[in-house]
Design a protein around this ligand. Structure first.
Ligand code: ACO
Length: 190
């Protein structure tokens, strides 16, 4: 049997997940914390932290926070880690960060995905996705801080623009975060 690079990567991923679930493995972060804006960290309420997603955030309520967006599904730790390690293997493209409360619970999250284009001289475009703040924590500027931190990553990684799709009711929030309306969103569901 001939194994491709993808097969070997998949086998390695399964080993990583197995060992992380079975044994107490060191905590891993999705990307370098050097990319987290110190200004945003300083502006957070006392005792709160903003940091890259980590391999132990399954236990800290990361998926619960995402339920303010849509259905997450009944995910196991192994399923969470499968996606986590995939994103980590592509952590020049995927940046998911979280806000952690003084009680060490995840209360906010957001992602920027960096698209590599041919146009604009091989330009980079940042796509902001899945911004979520725990229902009980909304209205405390945490959403604003998440967006500021993601814009910082977009600028640091060399994007020439950062874009996102949102509902009409969230337009005022994104305007407060410095975005302006441009064109229309289209969708095709499979
Ligand atoms: N309408 C009008 N203004 C708003 C709204 C709104 N729906 N939401 C926030 N704002 C304003 C706030 O009043 C505040 O204004 P101020 O600076 O004048 O006081 C400013 O925007 C910043 O608000 P935050 O307190 O940072 O907002 P919050 O922490 O509640 O986060 C968010 C906003 C992310 C929309 C949150 O309410 C949430 O998680 N909602 C449910 C999930 C969701 O809709 N996520 C966005 C999906 S779109 C995407 O992911 C790209």
């Amino acid at each position: 049997m001939i194994y491709t690079v993808h097969d070997i990567h998949d086998i390695y991923l399964q080993f990583q997940i197995f060992f992380t679930v079975k044994f107490k493995m060191p905590v891993e972060t999705l990307f370098s914390s050097d990319l987290i804006s110190s200004e945003v960290q300083a502006a957070l309420p006392k005792g709160h932290t903003i940091r890259p997603l980590s391999s132990e955030d399954y236990e800290k309520g990361f998926l619960d926070v995402l339920t303010v967006l849509t259905t997450v599904g009944d995910m196991s730790k192994a399923q969470f880690l499968e996606r986590f390690y995939y994103l980590k293997a592509h952590n020049h493209e995927y940046f998911t960060l979280v806000i952690v409360s003084p009680e060490d619970r995840i209360i906010g999250a957001g992602t920027i995905f960096i698209e590599r284009k041919f146009i604009h001289n091989n330009g980079l475009v940042g796509h902001i996705e899945d911004i979520a703040v725990d229902k009980n924590q909304q209205g405390k500027k945490l959403g604003l801080r998440i967006i500021q931190a993601l814009k910082h990553i977009g600028a640091k990684t060399g994007c020439y623009k950062v874009i996102l799709d949102c509902s009409e009711e969230n337009v005022p929030f994104y305007e407060k975060c410095g975005f302006t309306r441009k064109e229309h969103e289209m969708v095709w569901y499979i």
